[in-house]
Design a protein around this ligand. Structure first.
Ligand code: NAD
Length: 292
């Protein structure tokens, strides 16, 4: 759209005619994405969305059994050629580097990195051991750094730009009691994304963050201790958690993995070509409602 025209009717008539003549092209055709935590709830939804738009996807995860299952599932739905699985521990530099080498070998390069692998842990500060603190920082802050750095290095060498999307958390934006190590690590991620955006801009490498609030469905995080702790601290039954989060939200809606996937698709694709260093809360309005 010419910059000087606020609304150019000829442009829109032409675009509309084009759309009506041809089927919509897949917007990520020919692009390659690596998704950490790709065998998990949110990671799988992101993978499906990007594959649907034509991307080739590498799922990187520490959990080999879930990874094998997911790769088989995706192969059945979308075809075997578009998806690979690679075992990666985001806290181990050697496995992170090897995973990017494997991605480049399999699909010829990298265009999109989704920094998503994660855990969650709840403990009051006075009960947080140094081990628990370090566990959170090593996966959610150091792990995100290692993955983002390797993706960035590869994109810079290729010279075609790229998009790195961090999955942060509502808890990295607003304070939350009883999970300080997790919240601090999530806040660190967000700041890393912003700092990297400054360095990446001259090379067309964009870095943005999507921050979910509670996504219970499909998430392994919500199957274990975290679920019990959240139910106990809110004084409700575990089965009532989803309804509790829905009612707490400003929009009175639950957030699902597919909602996160849609926001990631926006940042991964050219739809967000003019966004970097930004974040988008997918939280049904929780962050803003907490400031009321
Ligand atoms: P999930 O447990 O379903 O998926 C996380 C995946 O990360 C798992 O497959 C797990 O095996 C993998 N993983 C864990 N440690 C790893 C490591 N060291 N190296 C590589 N892979 C590792 O959880 P999810 O809900 O899909 O969470 C995905 C991301 O979303 C996390 O970063 C989480 O903090 C964030 N998040 C989730 C919620 C939520 O309510 N589910 C809310 C806010 C933010």
């Amino acid at each position: 759209l010419p910059e000087q025209e606020a609304f150019n009717i000829e442009y829109w008539l032409l675009e509309e005619a084009k759309l009506q003549r041809m089927p919509r092209a897949k917007s990520l055709a020919g692009r390659v994405a690596l998704i950490t935590g790709g065998a998990g709830g949110i990671g799988s939804a992101i993978a499906a969305r990007l594959i649907q738009e034509g991307a080739n996807v590498v799922l990187a995860d520490i959990d080999q059994a879930s990874l094998d299952q997911r790769v088989a599932d995706f192969g059945k739905v979308f075809g075997k050629d578009v998806v690979r699985g690679v075992k990666m521990d985001v806290t181990r530099e050697d496995t992170v580097i090897a995973s990017f080498q494997e991605t480049a070998r399999a699909f010829g390069g990298i265009d999109i990195v989704v920094n998503n692998a994660g855990i969650s842990s709840a403990a009051a500060v006075e009960d947080t051991t140094l081990d628990l603190w370090n566990h959170n920082i090593s996966i959610l802050a150091t792990g995100y750094f290692l993955v983002a750095r390797e993706g960035y290095r590869l994109m810079k060498t290729q010279g075609n730009g790229g998009s790195i999307v961090f999955i942060g958390s509502k808890n990295g934006v607003s304070a939350s009691a009883g999970a300080s190590a997790y919240c601090t690590a999530k806040a660190a991620e967000l700041h890393l994304a912003r700092c990297m955006a400054l360095e990446g801009a001259p090379f067309g490498i964009r870095i943005n963050s999507v921050n979910p609030d509670a996504v219970l469905r499909g998430s392994k995080i919500w199957q274990g201790e975290w679920r019990q702790q959240r139910a106990a601290s809110n004084k409700i039954a575990e089965d009532d958690l989803e309804e509790f989060y829905r009612k707490r939200s400003l929009l009175q809606r639950s957030v699902f993995p597919e909602d996160i996937a849609e926001a990631v698709y926006f940042f991964a694709s050219d739809l967000s070509a003019k966004s970097t260093g930004n974040f988008l809360n997918v939280d049904a309005g929780n962050v803003v409602s907490f400031t009321r």
